[in-house]
Design a protein around this ligand. Structure first.
Ligand SMILES: Nc1ncnc2c1ncn2[C@@H]1O[C@H](COP(=O)(O)OP(=O)(O)OP(=O)(O)O)[C@@H](O)[C@H]1O
Ligand SMILES: [Mg+2]
Length: 324
């Protein structure tokens, strides 16, 4: 796999001119490609950066911590690509300290066409092809759990959300896919894997972007559960189908539940994954949507406190309202 190398000085310059509250008004022109629950992905529109997607992680306290993350990130990419056989976009990273001494890590990937990303493509594809897309995603996910089963040294977790996959060769003018269409997996920023049962990523990092007044509660109530979810094929599939509520396509959910259960029982019976239920997906979605909108509101309160009251820097970029 070809590594992407980037000019760190250009990124430093970008970081200098970045206004986290209004990323589109940055001194170095940038376009937001996507907001996740935790991070932001940009295209930076200057020579030498074109065609690349940058995912910015301002969560580290020390360089040493960032160094550990880098090693975990690299090993995760290797596992997915070489041991498991998923297709990832060409990628690399950049790590440096900002002028104020804050460690910043950028995941760099080839920029994939916006409309080929799952959560966009499903609004263009005909119904049958959406069902096929989800089947193809599940087939890719099967590779992960087959790997986890075939050896005992590593256990790999993955976030199967529809927005984490891009359809290779997608043509928005003739939206279509078939059995052989390649899917590229993009969301490698949460490198969850265990070596002989030991979690390699420091789960505390998940909490870094959380308001301090919430962190202790989140740690107590959710952290372990959220981490474990990525290792559980049943729950990853529930999460994948639940995305269709968020994407305003609840009409597809019953058929998608059937697709999941068909894959579980016919293509991967050896994995022994219990079937999912529509009721379960609905209940999960309600809870998940509530948690995340609460979380976003709390982060906005935290931003207000830090910037307006304490007059301090707030390094995170927050999305405006997310439709759910
Ligand atoms: N290489 C890329 N090319 C084009 N768009 C991308 C690329 N990587 C990410 N994006 C866009 O940004 C969105 C969020 O990216 P990604 O899934 O990697 O992070 P995330 O969901 O924010 O992860 P987390 O919630 O763990 O922070 C994607 O759904 C996609 O729309
Ligand atoms: Mg994602």
């Amino acid at each position: 796999m070809k590594r992407i190398e980037v000019d760190v000085d250009l990124l430093r310059e970008f970081e200098r001119g970045l206004d986290p509250r209004h990323p589109e008004r940055s001194r170095v022109p940038a376009r937001v490609l996507g907001y996740g629950e935790i991070s932001t992905v940009f295209a930076i529109e200057v020579e030498g950066m074109c065609g690349l997607a940058f995912k910015r992680l301002p969560i580290f306290h020390t360089e040493e911590e960032m160094g550990k993350y880098r090693a975990t990130y690299e090993e995760y990419n290797r596992l997915l690509e070489e041991e498991i056989g998923l297709s990832l976009p060409p990628h690399g990273y950049a790590a440096f300290l900002t002028d104020t001494g804050r460690p910043i890590f950028y995941i760099v990937q080839q920029e994939l066409p916006a409309l080929s990303v799952g959560n966009r493509a499903i609004h263009l594809l005909p119904r049958q092809d959406i069902l096929l897309l989800v089947r193809r995603v599940l087939q890719e996910l099967c590779k992960v759990w087959e790997f986890n089963r075939r050896q005992g040294y590593w256990q790999v977790g993955i976030d199967g959300q529809i927005s984490n996959w891009a359809i290779a060769g997608f043509d928005p003018e003739h939206p279509h896919l078939d059995e052989g269409t390649r899917l590229d997996y993009m969301d490698t920023s949460t490198p969850l894997f265990r070596v002989q049962g030991m979690e390699q990523l420091n789960p505390e990092l998940f909490l870094r972007s959380a308001p301090p007044f919430l962190a202790w509660a989140l740690r107590l109530l959710f952290l372990e559960d959220v981490v474990n979810r990525y290792y559980d094929f049943h729950r990853v599939a529930v999460d994948l189908v639940a995305n269709f509520y968020k994407e305003q396509r609840p009409d597809l959910v019953p058929d998608l539940v059937a697709v999941v259960n068909e894959v579980f029982s016919q293509e991967a019976p050896h994995l022994g994954v219990p079937p999912i239920w529509e009721k379960e997906v609905r209940a999960y979605y309600r809870e998940d949507a509530q948690i995340w909108s609460l979380y976003l509101s709390a982060r906005k309160v935290d931003r207000f406190l830090r910037t307006r009251i304490l007059r301090r820097e707030y390094p995170y970029i927050l999305p405006e309202k997310i439709q759910r």
